[in-house]
Design a protein around this ligand. Structure first.
Ligand code: NAI
Length: 684
């Protein structure tokens, strides 16, 4: 039963009960109509209270139904039934009241929230607009400007802010009790939201919202459509606006953009402990050790202590321990400055952390994460020291590229080691690659997933290879870009086609930001294993040798001067020309389409290869890694979702053509051949 009803004195209570979030599907809609009809017949009642059964009102329409045509009763029909109800319906709102959930509440003449309530219309985040009156009712209730800022960005309001905005009428600790007892005199005389006067026009706010959406949700249709619909409320009657909204909602929900955003949304929801590890008992995370307090270790330690673990950070000497402490302290300062934590609480939490240069007193911690230098000798000294100091703990390495299986072989029990690959900044980025070594025990892996849960990160399990999923694909696309430069593309063109596609920043600008020396060190490490016949561009190495390491040295691919926008570095072109000549390549201009296509093919073919090798378990995992760790535009769904839009037969033909020209760099992934033969996509 997705709808439960209860009679409490003069009140009929309807509760939506579809865990975990009361996503509004056909059963809920049909149940609501039936309950409204049944309760309306009871002469003893003076009101109906609409609530969620547990800690949530309703988090929105069930996006799983978006692929099929709408079925009666639709949400607009339920909303019409609430508005037509002979008994006034009071919304008692606890927890999430989002999307279709808020649209239900907006149909009610009275809304009471408890302090946990979050109210919003986040549809644009899924590539659609509200489809059941949200864009038309909200501006009438709270004004055009406020409604615009919520609907065009998808942001929600807390109960207190919703009360200020006039979105709810009262806040009460128990919203259902308060709704049962509320004096409804005012509710009975005021017009339904649909009949409230049109809001005043706000042209400047509309223009600002368009500019912001163009910047923050560049390339996406839904936010701009939502803004136009909200704008309409100032000049159009309610029913006309409602019809326009419904038409736009139905059109948008089958666009590739909406499908892509839904794909990422469902991939995120599926990123959790796999069934195969459910019976494993994770180690306790009450006490955790972090070794190395540089960029990554400081961020990891900060995230851990903020999530409730007690943290000891081990550094190589006392000075380094002091430096690590001040790095963590800097993260607390930044959080205080942003109002995320009170200054006293920050000081107390920092004071509770231990920073030391020895491995003493660590034995009772359940997990250690090493984030020392990316160097096998350093990793060995750290992991063997941990092996002795923490005989019962799960040990983890945050290595970006190095071989987790080799590291495991240094331990008395190799099963204790797992890779936990965080992304920078570690306390902000949500992605966590959990690297399953050949020997990793279920306990070690389950501990990684438990950590992800505690830190509210998105865990993706990956296998051991150079760079795991994300960095391996990054290396491949970098190589493809280098080859494009030799053929005739410009690095500024590579960056431009990527930002036009939806990346926040292109490949070369990003390299400047993180520093060219990281990849340089990596290429040196890989030099011995590299096929000497593989086309290798020395341009980046020469940039590094000349000290052009990116932002930190004032120049890389671009030149950085204080107060000025970066400008392309003129030193690059002669290096590229000379390198092309060395390889006997005549550079020729390339179209933007050709450049984009090549970069995407490199990503897709590499993804298909590593999927075939079992490094990633499923296509959706690869998409999650690229969207959350490498800036692949969310509204494109990830490289493999995008690949399915291109079609497997086309992909096969294009990669084959590249393989014919350069069979060392381009080898058609066997998975692409198989799927093309079967007429299937990566996500079918
Ligand atoms: P970092 O150079 O900023 O910090 C490394 C820290 O380890 C330093 O504070 C150093 O004093 C300490 N350290 C070195 N040897 C040690 C030893 N024997 N015992 C204890 N501490 C020692 O490096 P970063 O960037 O934090 O990287 C650390 C690890 O995380 C590397 O394996 C790196 O590949 C990986 N990683 C880095 C990412 C990044 O974006 N920087 C992203 C993901 C992983």
């Amino acid at each position: 039963m997705t709808i439960k009803t209860e009679i409490r004195g003069h009140v009929g209570i309807i509760r939506m009960d579809r865990p975990p979030v009361n996503a509004i599907n056909h059963d809920i809609r049909a149940g609501l109509i039936a309950a409204l009809v049944a309760l309306a017949e009871k002469a003893s009642l003076d009101r109906i209270v609409l609530a969620g059964a547990d800690r949530i009102f309703a988090a929105g329409a069930d996006a799983g139904e978006f692929n099929a045509p709408p079925t009666d009763p639709t949400l607009p029909q339920v909303i019409a039934a609430i508005e037509a109800s002979p008994l006034p319906v009071v919304a008692a709102i606890r927890g999430a009241c989002l999307g279709g959930g808020l649209e239900l509440a907006l149909a009610c003449p009275w809304r009471i929230a408890d302090p946990s309530a979050q109210l919003g219309l986040p549809e644009v985040i899924l590539g659609v607009v509200p489809g059941s009156g949200g864009t038309q009712r909200l501006p009438r209730l709270i004004g055009l400007e406020m409604a615009l800022s919520m609907i065009s960005s998808g942001r929600s309001l807390s109960a207190a802010k919703a009360l200020d905005a006039g979105l709810v009428d009262a806040i009460a600790d128990d919203a259902v009790d308060a709704a049962c007892a509320a004096d409804l005199t005012e509710a009975l005389v005021r017009p339904a939201v649909r009949a409230m006067p049109a809001p005043g026009a706000a042209q400047a706010a509309v223009a600002d919202a368009r500019a912001l959406a163009g910047k923050k949700m560049r390339g996406q249709a839904a936010p701009l459509v939502a803004i136009s619909l909200v704008e309409m409320t100032a000049s159009t009657d309610f029913d006309t606006g409602l019809a326009a909204e419904r038409a736009q909602f139905l059109a948008l929900r089958s666009t590739p953009e909406c499908k892509a955003l839904r794909h990422v949304f469902f991939a995120e929801r599926a990123a959790r402990l796999p069934d195969s590890l459910k019976s494993a008992a994770p180690n306790s995370l009450e006490k955790v050790v972090v070794v190395g307090g540089g960029t990554m270790g400081a961020g990891i330690a900060y995230a851990l202590v903020q999530s409730g673990s007690s943290v000891t950070l081990v550094e190589r000497d006392d000075d380094a321990a002091t430096a690590a402490q001040s790095r963590v302290s800097g993260l607390f300062d930044a959080a205080v400055a942003r109002g995320l934590i009170q200054v006293d609480k920050a000081a107390a939490t920092l004071a509770g952390m231990r920073f030391q240069a020895s491995y003493d007193g660590l034995a009772d911690a359940g997990l250690a994460i090493e984030a020392a230098f990316e160097d096998m000798e350093v990793k060995k000294s750290v992991l063997t020291a941990l092996d002795t100091a923490m005989p019962d703990a799960v040990l983890a390495t945050n290595t970006s590229y190095l071989d987790v299986d080799v590291m495991a072989s240094w331990l008395a029990d190799p099963a204790r080691l797992v890779g936990l690959h965080f992304f920078s900044p570690a306390h902000i980025m949500k992605l966590l690659e959990i690297v399953r070594g050949k020997a990793s025990s279920d306990t070690a892996l389950a501990t990684g997933f438990a950590l992800a849960k505690q830190l509210r990160k998105l865990p993706v399990m990956v296998g051991v290879c150079d760079g795991f999923v994300g960095n391996r694909m990054l290396q491949r696309v970098r190589e493809a870009a280098e080859h494009l430069l030799l053929e005739g593309a410009e690095f500024t063109q590579v960056d431009r086609v990527m930002t036009d596609f939806g990346y926040a920043m292109g490949l070369y600008m990003t390299q400047d930001l993180s520093g060219l020396d990281i990849a340089w060190a990596n290429r040196k490490r890989q030099a011995d294993a590299r096929d000497p016949a593989r086309l290798y561009s020395r341009v980046q190495d020469e940039m590094c040798t000349a000290g052009r390491l990116g932002r930190k040295t004032g120049e890389g691919w671009y030149i950085y001067e204080k107060g000025a926008d970066p400008v392309p570095n003129p030193a690059v072109a002669p290096l590229v020309d000379a390198e092309a000549a060395r390889h006997g390549i005549t550079r020729q201009p390339m179209t933007d389409d050709a450049v984009l296509n090549r970069l995407l093919l490199a990503l897709i073919n590499e993804a298909a290869t590593l999927l075939g090798e079992g490094i990633a378990a499923k296509a959706a995992d690869v998409d999650l890694v690229l969207v959350h760790g490498y800036g692949f535009p969310r509204f494109r769904g990830g490289p493999l979702f995008h690949a399915d839009q291109i079609g497997m037969a086309v992909l096969l033909e294009q990669v084959k053509a590249l393989e014919a020209k350069d069979p060392i760099v381009w080898k058609v992934a066997p998975l692409i051949e198989r799927l093309a033969a079967e007429g299937r996509g990566f996500l079918d």
